[in-house]
Design a protein around this ligand. Structure first.
Ligand code: SDX
Length: 383
């Protein structure tokens, strides 16, 4: 039997979706272009659009926001597990993405709808998960910083938006409207991207008729890797290395040429689908640069160096930044600790994962491709 076998399934159409279209020409969530959503919608409205299928009315938005606020608090068991993870984070055997994965799994163990894959139960579970991820991140950062957990009974300040509450829960400080806006737009940009590796993982798991929390737990593990969502942290680590090189008297150009010679992969660049640029990158870059201009100093320098890196990659390699490159610089400029960048990606992408898990369950067939065998020919065990 012959079968096509592109490496990494490149270019393979693996199924249908009505949720999102990723093309070089446009990025669309359920018919709305990403530029339109970033300029005119809030994260809560986009989350509703993805999970419930249509743009919400103002009343539906109010109701949805209230539902999220009401579901923000974590169970005492989940908080206990988070506290147990504190020393593991400190000793370095766990990173925040691992803790998000663990606590999300624990939340599934306690969810009253855990074993129910009906559409209604999945809608309830999706809202609970979306509501609780920022609380996991916030509590975890409080534990890392050695402060008391903020709002353990409520998961935040009911008057704050999803984006503002995420920042509040991490720091105890209510963010400025500008910081809230940048976070809100970054969550919109990260929310959905068709059959990317983590979403595809969630669909494979859901395709066995397993449950939403399990499918998302697997998706978190897939997102963690630096070739996928982990690139927003890795891009910032790389930029710090370049900044240190420049501070020591080197130039961006010589750092880059050394990287090219050693065939090093530059984090935050390239994409499996976009070969001429990622629609999301310039939107986030512009917002992040504005914050850097206001703050000045090392933050503006960071953006200037990042822009040089970008220019050299584009002119010499024709490789463009993906969303994770400006994200790294933007979150750094906002004072967010680097190991929380990918967990924040999770806080957004759970909306897309939820939509895909529900779409998979609504019209399910087991996902099970075939492999081309390259091992030894048949041989006797007793020779
Ligand atoms: C995300 O899929 C999605 O939609 C994901 C995502 C989402 O929203 O879900 O958009 C989020 O995951 C963004 C990607 C984050 N990852 C990184 O920034 C890591 C660095 N980038 C790469 O390693 C790479 O570009 C990938 C993993 C993103 C894509 O890999 P591909 O499609 O397998 O491409 P490839 O590695 O085969 O590269 C093709 C060529 C190679 O050169 P040649 O061997 O042909 O000469 O381009 C070169 C690569 O070496 N190349 C790079 C490069 N990316 C590609 N060279 C240096 N640095 C890079 N970053």
């Amino acid at each position: 039997m012959t079968a096509t076998k592109p490496t990494g399934l490149e270019g393979v159409v693996a199924g249908d979706t009505a949720i999102c279209s990723v093309e070089q020409g446009a990025l669309i969530y359920r018919g709305y272009e990403i530029q339109d959503l970033a300029a005119n919608a809030t994260f809560e409205e986009v989350a509703y659009l993805l999970i419930c299928g249509e743009k919400p009315t103002p009343e539906q938005t109010r109701f949805f926001k209230d539902e999220l606020v009401a579901n923000r608090a974590l169970s005492p068991q989940a908080i206990e597990v988070l506290k147990l993870c504190g020393p593991l984070l400190e000793q370095g055997s766990a990173v925040p993405m691992d803790v998000v994965r663990t606590v999300l799994s624990v939340l599934g163990n306690g969810d009253p709808d855990a074993q129910d894959n009906s559409h209604e139960a999945e809608l309830r579970k999706a809202k609970r998960i979306v509501a609780k991820i920022p609380t996991i991140i916030g509590h975890m950062q409080n534990i890392i910083d050695g402060r008391d957990i903020i709002a353990p009974d409520t998961g935040g300040d009911a008057n704050l938006s999803h984006a503002a509450n995420l920042l509040y829960m991490m720091t105890g400080q209510r963010p400025t409207p500008e910081a809230e806006k940048v976070m809100d737009v970054s969550l919109i940009l990260y929310a959905e991207h068709d059959y990317n590796a983590s979403t595809f993982t969630s669909r494979v798991i859901a395709g066995t008729l397993s449950d939403m929390h399990g499918a998302m737990t697997g998706a978190v593990a897939a997102l963690k890797g630096p070739l996928h969502g982990g690139a927003n942290e890795a891009a910032m680590v790389m930029l710090k290395e370049i900044m240190e090189h420049v501070e020591a008297g080197g130039t961006v150009e010589d750092w880059m040429h050394k990287a090219f010679e050693s065939k090093r992969k530059l984090m935050g660049f390239g994409h499996r689908v976009y070969k001429n640029g990622d629609h999301r990158a310039p939107i986030l870059h512009a917002l992040g640069r504005k914050v850097a201009e206001q703050k000045g100093g090392e933050y503006l320098k960071l953006f200037e160096i990042g822009e040089k890196v970008q220019h050299i990659m584009e002119t010499e390699k024709h490789i463009y930044p993906n969303v994770d490159f400006p994200c790294g610089m933007t979150y750094y400029t906002m004072g967010i600790p680097v190991p929380q960048y990918t967990p924040i990606f999770v806080a957004s992408r759970v909306t897309g994962w939820a939509a895909h898990i529900m779409e998979q369950h609504a019209n399910n067939r087991l996902i099970r491709p075939i492999a081309s065998y390259t091992g030894p020919a048949v041989r006797p065990w007793n020779s």
